[in-house]
Design a binder for this molecule. Structure first.
Ligand code: GLA
Length: 712
């Protein structure tokens, strides 16, 4: 869903509280000049909307919404509840959040509220109601913006009220304390509880927490914040039928957006890739594909990006010339139907003084302003693209619950932040293949290739749908560590892979992670000790290696590695490997072909000749592939070439020059030149909506420029 606008939304957060009346007037004029049609108002305005407890002042806000409306600019109106005012902290210090060490956080920053605080909840909901009542019928208000980036600073609070709320959540989840004890495995380490009231928050502890306790705490903290959003949304809905959103943050680790997505009318995202990162355009693609997945394939809204630098990295690099429009087109290419920024006018004071804005400190006489105006012009020509569908034959599954479980577990290695799903997505993106990022419960039936990586929790339901897909002819590629635990972090017995064993014909016997260099006596003494360490100098430590050699056996994989010209060893993994075995007596009995083995080089010495990649083939052309190690980029690409060939998956456009990304939405072809060179493209036919030029086959695309070719 998207706001009711006839051209893609364009604008940004505006905090007119910072500015005098003349600047506000000038801003509205400038907004027209930049082609702004939507502004987010009131996000951090609580102190002005309710200057003292219970007394509201909305006249100034109404005046601004009305002036914007008169200028043809719509408002995305916030509930204003993202940062409670000073009076709340002063009068109700218990409304402030408490960190894991029991320290109560102070006033003077933002998001300083305890999500369970009855005081905060009451005041936030009263404010939301008052705003919704007052503005629901204002013709300028086209959508609602609940709070802001839930959890970005405070995603959990360890105060007494939160512990009470956690206990209620646990009672609702487990019904009996015995069920909780069983699920958490409290028989170990004398952790058994006899009443819910004994359960606390997993704050500071002597050593390892109980993993299931930590995981449930994360789930509770997610649900607790989500309940805040739902409460405000429900109040808005009593007064208004305009769509409601709250801004997400891409693959933000602390909230399970799969659970949030169904609760909002518009999926919106805030995204700030680092211009200093050569793979930043992949971050644009990754976040965009995640958002489209959360929107079930429909369009979404970019709620925030920066027109140039941010101010919150250690060093903040500006966007390069052209990059603002290029990444804007990138968001549209991945399914956005509107582009907003943080923020409209750059602050002169306060915490975000040095964060770029659409109107920079230097004013109109700046590159940023020129690019802001140009981007507005271009977006106004992209109306035909709105609602055009993005279609992919490949899906990467992304599951927050598994990521949490992997991180809550103590071992087998430190959890990651979607490292492997993201790595596979990156490989597909670099290869020019369109890909959807989908949740655990998505309909997988239309995909030809489905990739499941680091899915730590065994999900029999997901396995059933993968099985159905493979039987219908799809390629299913699973990479470990997957299906290692149940949803309460209980280890899957009899060889990991749980419910997926049959599907793959594989069981996992043992995890074999490398440690990377270990500090040994000889290392500490710069090798001098070797001369005398007669015992330890003779000891092999493959686990201290940085890579694992893998050898391709299947002809297709050999050919793929040859084509890529990979240096020996052809295939490599990084720090993760598994000893795997056939699910039945032999690989043959399990219907499995060993596609690659560990070649014994590097950290894989003890796994030499054991299977590293397997394929179980199904009648009808489907295959279930298992990858028992974390293949590096080259090796992923080689394997994807093979799996993609089985799945008949093609790049969006073949043979593009380096640095050029192609994406398609309906009949619109996006071509994005991320490189520093002008590139020549052939076979491009249609009208470029960016410049209005007709393409007759041969086109030149300047550095960091994009085109949107209308091929209807
Ligand atoms: C977040 C917030 C904004 C602003 C930006 C700066 O996305 O929502 O208020 O602080 O970061 O990058």
């Amino acid at each position: 869903m998207r706001p009711m606008l006839t051209t893609p939304a364009y604008g940004g957060d505006w905090s007119p509280e910072q500015w005098d009346s003349a600047t506000i007037d000038a801003d509205i004029t400038l907004m027209k000049e930049a082609g702004v049609n939507l502004v987010s108002l009131g996000i951090f305005s609580w102190a002005f909307l309710e200057p003292s407890e219970g007394s509201y002042d909305f006249d100034w806000l109404e005046d601004i919404i009305t002036r914007l409306h008169a200028a043809g600019i719509a408002t995305d109106l916030a509930t204003g509840t993202a940062s409670p005012p000073a009076w709340m902290a002063a009068t109700y210090p218990h409304s402030l959040p408490v960190d894991a060490r029991g320290v109560r956080l102070g006033f003077g920053s933002r998001q300083q509220y305890c999500p369970s605080s009855a005081v905060f909840r009451g005041a936030a909901q009263r404010l939301t109601r008052a705003i919704a009542q007052r503005f629901a019928d204002h013709p300028g208000v086209v959508m609602w913006h609940v709070s802001n980036e839930y959890g970005c600073h405070v995603s959990e609070c360890f105060c007494h009220e939160c512990v009470e709320a956690f206990r209620t959540w646990l009672r609702d989840t487990y019904a009996s304390i015995d069920a909780l004890n069983a699920a958490w495995g409290t028989a170990f380490w004398s952790q058994r509880y006899t009443a819910f009231d004994q359960v606390g928050a997993p704050g500071a502890m002597p050593t390892f927490h109980n993993p299931a306790h930590a995981l449930d705490w994360r789930r509770f903290s997610n649900d607790n914040l989500l309940s805040l959003m739902i409460a405000e949304r429900d109040i808005i809905r009593q007064y208004s039928s305009a769509p409601v959103t709250t801004n997400f943050m891409g693959d933000f680790p602390r909230l399970d957006y799969q659970k949030w997505a169904g609760e909002v009318d518009i999926i919106s995202d805030d995204s700030y890739p680092d211009p200093a990162d050569p793979a930043a355009a992949h971050s644009v693609a990754w976040a965009g594909d995640i958002m489209r997945g959360l929107a079930n394939g429909s369009s979404w809204l970019l709620m925030e990006q920066s027109p140039s630098a941010v101010q919150w990295r250690q060093r903040n690099s500006p966007k390069r010339p052209g990059q603002y429009l290029l990444w804007t087109l990138g968001r549209m290419a991945h399914g956005a139907d509107g582009i907003l920024q943080f923020q409209w006018r750059q602050s002169l004071r306060g915490s975000e003084t040095f964060h770029a804005a659409m109107v920079p400190h230097s004013g109109k006489d700046s590159r940023t302003w020129g690019e802001v105006v140009r981007t507005g012009e271009v977006l106004s020509r992209l109306a035909p693209v709105m609602d055009a569908p993005y279609r992919a034959d490949v899906a990467v599954v992304m599951d927050w619950q598994s990521m949490w479980a992997f991180n809550a577990a103590i071992g087998p290695v430190e959890g990651t932040h979607f490292e492997r799903p993201r790595a596979w997505h990156r490989s597909l993106w670099e290869a020019g293949i369109a890909v959807d990022v989908v949740g655990d419960h998505a309909d997988l039936s239309a995909y030809r290739v489905i990739i499941v990586a680091e899915h730590f929790i065994d999900s029999p339901d997901l396995t059933r749908r993968l099985q159905a897909a493979v039987e219908a002819g799809a390629q299913v590629l699973i990479e470990g560590p997957t299906a290692v635990v149940d949803r309460n972090l209980g280890a899957v017995p009899d060889g990991y892979l749980g419910s997926a064993r049959q599907l793959l014909g594989v069981r996992v016997i043992e995890h074999a992670a490398l440690t990377g260099a270990v500090e040994s006596f000889s290392a500490a003494s710069n090798g001098r000790g070797d001369a005398v360490n007669r015992l330890s100098r003779a000891v092999g430590t493959p686990a201290a290696c940085e890579w694992i050699g893998v050898e391709a056996h299947a002809d297709a994989l050999r050919r793929a590695t040859d084509r890529l010209g990979t240096p020996a060893p052809d295939l490599r993994a990084g720090q993760w490997a598994e000893e795997i075995a056939p699910a039945a007596h032999s690989w043959h009995d399990s219907g499995v072909e060993v596609v690659a083995t560990f070649d014994g080089r590097g950290g894989g010495a003890d796994l030499a000749n054991m299977a590293a990649i397997t394929r179980r083939s199904y009648a009808g052309g489907g295959n279930a592939w298992y990858v028992a190690c974390d293949l590096d980029a080259l090796s992923r690409r080689a394997l994807l070439d093979v799996v993609g060939a089985y799945g008949r998956v093609r790049p969006v456009v073949d043979g593009l020059p380096d640095g050029v990304e192609a994406q398609r939405r309906g009949n619109f072809l996006f071509l994005l030149n991320h490189s520093d060179r002008a590139v020549e493209l052939t076979g491009i036919v249609g009208r470029d909506l960016v410049d209005g030029a007709q393409c007759h086959g041969h086109v030149m695309l300047a550095p960091r420029c994009g085109m949107v070719v209308d091929q209807r």
